[in-house]
Design a protein around this ligand. Structure first.
Ligand SMILES: [Zn+2]
Length: 297
């Protein structure tokens, strides 16, 4: 009886092509893991290293990160130097040649979008932590479809024979995501032309996509905390403008943004920068749902 059952299971396994091995995918950030889940579903195991409520530039590594990277078949990063301050030592210690930059098991998503603010010369010496251009491109939801296509192509490459599975999942994901894009676009129409200030240059792609107008940043340079002189000059600009919002993130100290908000009666909005940054952003869809709801309500 037991032997017959095992035989039946083997036949089912052989005819459906189901193998026990699932590709192990490690993503640097939760938003990447959320896209990967939609494309790879139960054929893969995916985990994100950083938590969504951490400062993405300065993740404090945990020992568990090394174990995850060591066992990974595929490492997917945001790139554009967002991980430069924390991922390289983990790659060194994990000593997994299969997922190092340049290998088949490595995917840098920044190669599939066009970056903005790419400097003519590297200005990191001044403290700018965006030396290759602004790395926060994923906050423009229109950049998610090309990323999902790159992820599906990589899964097809590493797990051949399952093209119809991954491509079908990609198609379903794009179908739903494109509907959401139309909806988000409609919601944002009334905010066209709105003048905004942000703390860190997290939202530039979003601001540009929905045709808002970025007037200034609370940080004098990306990664440099505000000085009183910078705040004074920002206040002079605010007085000449009709600022609608100050965008702040969930990890930088809020005092300077709050000061400007109170002094000039500006609406201060906490913008989640990743899946998991705030409670209700548990998927790639709810990330943008939440960002837009906070602006339009
Ligand atoms: Zn940044």
């Amino acid at each position: 009886m037991r032997k017959a059952l095992i035989l039946i299971l083997m036949i089912i396994g052989a005819t459906t092509g189901v193998s026990a091995y699932r590709l192990k995918v490690v993503a640097s950030y939760p938003y990447i893991a959320s896209i990967v889940e939609n494309i790879g579903k139960d054929r893969i195991q995916v985990s994100a290293l950083a938590r969504g409520d951490y400062d993405p530039h300065v993740i404090i590594p945990k020992p568990s990160y090394i174990g995850k990277v060591r066992k990974a078949d595929l490492l997917i990063i945001n790139g554009a130097q967002l991980e430069i301050g924390w991922l390289p030592p983990i790659l060194n210690q994990a000593a997994n040649p299969d997922i190092l930059p340049g290998s088949r098991g490595f995917l840098d998503l920044s190669k599939y979008v066009s970056l903005i603010d790419v400097p003519e010369s590297i200005s990191r010496a001044q403290g700018d932590i965006h030396p290759e251009g602004n790395p926060h491109y994923y906050l423009d939801p229109y950049n998610i479809p090309p990323l999902s296509k790159a992820i599906a192509a990589k899964l097809n490459e590493l797990d051949p024979g399952n093209e119809s599975f991954y491509n079908g999942n990609l198609e379903a994901f794009l179908g739903l995501f494109n509907q959401k894009l139309e909806h988000w676009n409609d919601q944002m129409i009334p905010l066209k032309g709105a003048e905004v200030i942000e703390y860190h240059k997290n939202n530039d792609y979003f601001i540009r996509r929905f045709e808002m107008n970025l007037v200034g940043t609370v940080e004098p340079l990306p990664g440099i905390p505000p000085t009183s002189r910078h705040i004074e000059s920002l206040e002079k600009i605010i007085q000449t403008k009709n600022i609608r919002f100050i965008f702040h993130d969930v990890y930088h100290p809020i005092e300077a943004s709050r000061h400007l908000s109170i002094k000039f009666g500006l609406k201060l909005i906490l913008i989640p920068h990743d899946v998991g940054a705030v409670k209700e952003t548990d998927t790639i869809y709810s990330l943008y749902d939440t960002i837009i709801r906070r602006m339009v309500q």
